[in-house]
Design a protein around this ligand. Structure first.
Ligand code: PBG
Length: 324
């Protein structure tokens, strides 16, 4: 008798498949990144990321409202400042572009949950995520003080959560202490814990105007050719310093790391489907080579299956609609 097992029995028609499906992505678990930029009056499309915009802070509520209409309630706000200098002064200015956008969103969309990206790279003239010493080295300990100040400025403006993406050592503890000392004990931290030095961030650097002028980020972001143990070290460290949520970034090429995080650590795991992943899907779909909706759904479910609780994606508004 062959075959003795027939796994196809449970795939035979859509009613059976519907019954046995286990993995669902809910719009409530999606986070939509938005870019707020100074010196523009109207939304302006980001060339390398079709359909994603730079928004003036006074209009930040517009993409937020659109996403909320599709049951996506959480947002990751990135600032694109006008002024950049050596020490990223604008990053911790309490009236910077991100702080103004937070207030604008809070005013128009009280249901929105606002997470802010905390980093210096969009604010420094050299484009690095921390301060540069005279020898050209990124100065870890001096940087984390300013990164913590930046997180505090966001919290004061009304951010619900902060998400440091700089990959400096000790920044979670620095942020936690600064927030607590100023009374923001209930503001959670989502740590970009396993953030790899990845070419998948290419389109984002155009979006944030944050490409490093000299050198690259390999001295602080992780090397993708090192085993998952390195990621576990970062998760452990961030959790012990006070991270409430740990993140893996990029997404689809790093699902082994997501699985590791979700199996080994007792906190929610977020994954970031980054700009390169977004733009590759967009470009291929524009050419008619793939079906955008199906590819996006499949990718998001793969992330969920790997163990992600939260998915950060530029497809959030559309996905919110498709998943319902
Ligand atoms: C800032 C930051 C980056 C991204 C999120 N925060 C860029 C980088 O590290 O170079 C990438 C997001 C994306 O590609 O969508 N440090």
């Amino acid at each position: 008798m062959f075959p003795t097992k027939r796994p196809r029995r449970l795939r035979v028609n859509h009613k059976t498949r519907r019954l046995v499906r286990q993995i669902f992505v809910k719009p409530q678990n999606l986070v939509y990144p938005i870019f707020v930029a100074e010196n523009i009056e109207e939304p302006k499309e980001i060339a390398a990321m079709p359909n994603q915009m730079h928004w003036p802070p006074e209009m930040a509520y517009v993409p937020v409202q659109k996403a909320i209409n599709n049951n996506v309630y959480s947002f990751l706000v990135f600032g694109v400042p006008n002024h950049k200098d050596e020490s990223g002064t604008e990053a911790y200015n309490e009236n910077n572009v991100v702080c103004r956008a937070i207030k604008n969103i809070k005013k128009h969309c009280p249901e929105a949950y606002i997470i802010t990206d905390v980093c210096l790279c969009a604010y420094t003239s050299h484009g690095h995520c921390g301060l540069i010493t005279e020898s050209g080295h990124v100065d870890n300990d001096a940087s984390i003080k300013l990164i913590a100040e930046s997180a505090l400025a966001h919290a004061k403006a009304g951010a619900d959560m902060v998400a440091p993406s700089d990959m400096m050592d000790g920044r979670i503890a620095a942020i936690r202490t600064t927030l607590d000392d100023n009374g923001y004990t209930d503001t959670p931290i989502m740590a970009y814990s396993a953030k790899y030095a990845s070419a998948f961030y290419g389109p984002f650097r155009e979006a944030a105007g944050s490409a490093p002028g000299k050198g690259d980020r390999k001295g602080y972001q992780m090397d993708y050719a090192v085993s998952a143990k390195e990621a576990c070290k970062e998760f452990e460290e961030d959790i012990s310093e006070g991270a409430d949520i740990i993140m893996v970034k990029p997404g689809i090429a790093y699902l082994d790391i997501v699985k590791e995080a979700s199996e080994k650590f007792n906190c929610p795991v977020a994954v970031y489907q980054v700009s390169g992943e977004y733009s590759m899907i967009k470009a291929a779909a524009e050419k008619g080579w793939i079906d955008e909706r199906q590819i996006v759904t499949e990718s998001l479910i793969a992330m969920k299956r790997a163990g992600a609780d939260i998915i950060i994606t530029y497809f959030a508004p559309e996905a919110g609609e498709w998943l319902c």
